[in-house]
Design a protein around this ligand. Structure first.
Ligand SMILES: [Zn+2]
Length: 266
């Protein structure tokens, strides 16, 4: 088996491994996204509940204060009704007015806080629904991930073992070049050399379309199990069919010779 054949075998199993891993990653990302959104909505709900409790406590305190004022006013009125001294009467009347004024102010504050509480309660009822929806979406994402894992987990382990065996057949530098190329190019570690113009000795990487130096073409065309990578994208280059030099004998040896010696090209 040639180097390229080995690399192709590795690529076949490697793309299957990557495919399954991508599915897992997508499902995990979706779960994470839904979890975060759920936390945002739940956080908002917790905030509103906290604010409601605070306002409720404030109203209770104000109402307590109001009952003190009420008591004071009742006492003042009783004193006023029983007072026979004009000076004391006037003093009591003035105080009554002051306390009444304070109680009115307090009533306004209570009313404002009650409106505040109503508003918070209304907001709470509207955040109810998205929270349920979010929980449902999060649960669905969780189920999708669990399903993918149970469906494909065993297959992935099998393929990873297979991938390991295919990689073991390659030298370390080749294996590293393959992994790097695959990581850089979404798993597409190999690329065929494109002959742009044999006559003008123009060649390109079939993966990224970058122009290839003649030397790279020659080394690939030699089919001598050499590792040749595209300098631009890192893909490992290969050629299934070596183009014949016009007028040359169509033997593999001749093709090899032509490929090795750039001066004989085109
Ligand atoms: Zn390239």
């Amino acid at each position: 088996m040639s180097l390229i054949a080995h690399l192709r075998a590795l690529h076949t199993v490697d793309s299957q491994v990557r495919g399954i891993k991508t599915r897992f990653e997508n499902a995990e990302d979706a779960l994470k996204r839904n979890q975060t959104q759920l936390e945002v909505v739940s956080g908002k709900r917790r905030d509103l509940e906290g604010q409601s409790r605070q306002v409720q406590a404030m109203i209770s305190n104000l109402e307590l204060e109001d009952s003190t004022f009420k008591e004071r006013l009742e006492n003042l009125r009783t004193e006023l009704n029983t007072s026979s001294n004009t000076k004391i009467y006037n003093a009591l009347r003035d105080e009554l007015k002051v306390v009444e004024g304070k109680r009115d102010e307090l009533a306004e504050r209570i009313l404002a806080q009650m409106e505040n509480l109503e508003k918070l309660k209304r907001e709470l009822t509207t955040t109810d629904t998205p929270s349920q929806d979010r929980t449902r979406l999060r649960d669905m994402a969780q189920a999708t991930l669990a399903e993918a894992k149970s469906e494909l987990g065993g297959r992935l382990a099998e393929l990873e073992a297979q991938r390991g065996r295919a990689a073991d057949l390659l030298k370390e530098d080749v294996r590293e070049a393959f992994d790097e190329a695959a990581d850089r190019n979404d798993g597409e570690a190999l690329a065929e050399v494109t002959v742009v113009s044999l006559r003008h000795r123009e060649f390109a990487c079939g993966g990224c379309n970058a122009e290839l130096p003649l030397d790279a073409y020659s080394r690939v065309a030699a089919q001598a199990d050499q590792l040749v990578t595209c300098l631009t994208c890192g893909r490992i280059l290969y050629m299934d069919q070596i183009p014949d030099r016009p007028g040359a004998k169509k033997t593999k040896a001749a093709a090899k010779e032509a490929a090795l010696d750039p001066d004989q090209l085109g």
